[in-house]
Design a binder for this molecule. Sequence first.
Ligand SMILES: C[S@@+](CC[C@H](N)C(=O)[O-])C[C@H]1O[C@@H](n2cnc3c(N)ncnc32)[C@H](O)[C@@H]1O
Length: 410
Amino acid sequence: MQTHPTSNKIQKRADYTFKYNSQFGRHGWLRLTPAYSVKLVRELIKEDCCTRSRIVDPFSGTATTGLVAAEMGFDATLFDINPFLIWLGNTKCYHFSAAKLSSLKDDFFNCIKHIVISDNCWVPPIHNIERWWHPETLIILASIRKSLVDTFGEPNGNSYHNLIWVAFSRLIIETSSAAFNHVSMSFKEQSTQYELGHIKNVFEQIFLHIISTAQNELHGDVEILKVDSRDLSYARTNPYDTVITSPPYPNRISYIRELRPYMYWIKFLHNGSDAGLLDWEAIGGTWGTATTKLKNWNPVNTNLPERLYAVCNNIQLSGDKYSDIMSLYVHKYFDDMHSHLQKITTILKPKAKLNYIVGNSSFYGHFVDTESIIADSMKSIGYNNITIKTIRKRNTNKGLFEFNVKAQWQ
Ligand SMILES: C[S@@+](CC[C@H](N)C(=O)[O-])C[C@H]1O[C@@H](n2cnc3c(N)ncnc32)[C@H](O)[C@@H]1O
């Protein structure tokens, strides 16, 4: 096994991870591992933005960049391809009025008071749902959902009602047997049966926390749009000064996998094949049909960095039964990122500053140096002042780090 040359002195830095965000108002509404740190984004905005800078994040995720930007008085545009994350992000970045929040609170408590428990309510078509929730807990959650729908309608464009659905999303995860103590999610041995009184109490606490933090004023405007970052062809009349983003990493972690429970309950996903298709659209996607489709994939770019071809070759030659497909996976990831880095130039101002927070990975002992390959792609496209800064150690596995690849557009 090769060791990575990055210094042993680099720390894990919990303050540079999503764990740090939970204490910061709206950032803590839903804990999702793809999020990066509020603190890091604040530092980058201070470093690279001036009074009227327009910020863009082409991989919005949970909208950390947009929310920090708005808190600091900047306008931002964010892109993502995942409809649930776009919905969540737009709700997180909305300007709420205190009076309307107060009337929402009354409506919520009124609705919760009159929940009728029935084992006939709609439950999401999640595979092996009993691994997630105890059957009795599931009946209660489904009954709560029905009462919410009867009062507020299904989740839609109403940002106030969406606060209730964000609270419900958090409720389903807090009453589930999912455990988030690893980078990716796992299940506890046994699901817990909760009483209605307990579930209602948890729901009320979550909701009160969400509406109290929704009152925190935002000083900038944010929009999150459904756009594929490899195809930013609809050129903006008003280009951007600063890119702050963390794209997916080439590590085969699927966002859809972690987001599944929310996406099914909120009706952004209807079946397993939708999940596979969405993951195939995502850069670095690896879930279900995404892996099968990869076998028939052909590169879009023929001029990718030499060090990419070298590492793909090493992975392919490693002799594992999956080494061909893993080599293709890595190749496609950087092909997609190259297309993105080319396309984003069409919406940047001259001298725009870019920050890509990326992680390296390792396949069969071969390090995929994401930071250097992205930097090489940037160089070949024509970016200037490219630097790589190591931000933190990612986990106890030696050699996995997070980096900021900084650059300037011409
Ligand atoms: C690492 S996450 C971003 C996390 C974000 N910084 C946060 O704090 O929540 C990467 C995001 O890129 C999105 N994504 C993947 N492929 C994409 C594409 N082709 N176009 C736009 N977004 C994409 C994923 O849906 C995911 O939300």
